[in-house]
Design a protein around this ligand. Sequence first.
Ligand SMILES: *Cc1c(COP(=O)(O)O)cnc(C)c1O
Length: 251
Amino acid sequence: MPTVEPPSAERKSAISQALSEVGAAVRRSQHKDGAFAEARLVAVSKYKPASDILAAYDAGQRHFGENYVQELCDKAAVLPADIEWHFIGRLQSNKCKALAAIPNLWAVETIESAEKAHKLNAAWHGACNQRPLNVFVQVNTSGEANKGGIEPHQVEDVVQDILNSCPALHLQGLMTIGSIAGSQQRPNPDFCTLAELRNGLRQKIGVELELSMGMSDDFEHALELGATSVRVGSRIFGTRPQKESIAPAAP
Ligand SMILES: *Cc1c(COP(=O)(O)O)cnc(C)c1O
């Protein structure tokens, strides 16, 4: 296995400090009566070097999120095999095979159509993985045209489709990014929409689903509204280059 340049002592201590603060905030804010014992912190490492990920790994972090397939493949190849990777970028059908070739891919959080679920199901099956791949259905809770995810009214159909015809996938939950306007309101209407959808599905078809919502600026609020998994980047690793937007459009 190729080696990763080790992080500098300063970088290592900055990341482990930030991580322990975010971890403490997660434990403080998490919803107490949920079906999931402990909320998961996914450290979003896009654009950050492998050495930063190693610094967080050495501090005990195992779940990491990446937005770009090639970047994820490159990092997964050189970083420890017990990292649990989350793909959180826009999913393109022609990239499913490359994703499925990552043996320690833990989840794809951005399923936005039954068609893509089927593609991923076939790819994961074809890669002969012994366990099912966890997936989250991404919901466009804010109705913005440029946001990924499916409309709330289509969620039940896609969920049923995954449950009924994607045996290589395990439906883990629902995910949303939400709008900037929504993130300035309390409660955040996008997070409320996702929680209501989850509650409806629990009643209607008896599935217990996680909620992946909340980022650096609002993960504590998301946890209060029932998030079981939060995706935090800049609060752990510092700011990223400006050119990047939160939900990158397909190139
Ligand atoms: C980049 C990104 C995050 C992390 O954003 P921060 O504001 O840096 O915490 C979370 N979720 C998704 C989908 C992202 O693309």
